[in-house]
Design a protein around this ligand. Structure first.
Ligand code: SF4
Ligand code: SF4
Length: 101
């Protein structure tokens, strides 16, 4: 008895297969980073713990947000700030513009 080993189905359609959910690119989340200057003592811990180099320090050593798009919202800067002087929260989706009356 012979067996057909070329077990291929004929391809239908001309384009690439539809992307599965796993292959669909997701919109990157973005985050607001707020630094409360009155509470910050410029210790530099937040910048030191930021694994994405989102935070830098100015000439006086105060933290500055230098690369906000790289933030992944891990919260390490917040977690390590001894003075609760930095806050990271997700940006909301852009709301539709309100209609003027
Ligand atoms: S949340 Fe994470 S990635 Fe974003 S600034 Fe803080 S430490 Fe850096
Ligand atoms: S860890 Fe807190 S106090 Fe220290 S530099 Fe960052 S925001 Fe300022």
């Amino acid at each position: 008895m012979s067996r057909n080993l070329t077990d291929t189905e004929p391809q239908t359609g001309t384009g690439p297969p539809p992307a599965t959910e796993a292959e669909t690119p997701k919109a990157k989340k973005q985050f607001h980073i707020d630094i409360y200057r009155d509470w910050c003592k410029s210790c530099g811990l937040c910048a030191a713990f930021c694994q994405k180099q989102v935070l830098g320090r100015d000439d006086a050593g105060a933290p500055v947000v230098v690369n906000p798009d790289a933030c992944i919202g891990c919260g390490w800067c917040e977690l390590h700030c001894p003075d609760f002087a930095i806050s990271v929260r997700p940006k909301e989706q852009a709301a539709p513009p309100e209609e003027a009356d």
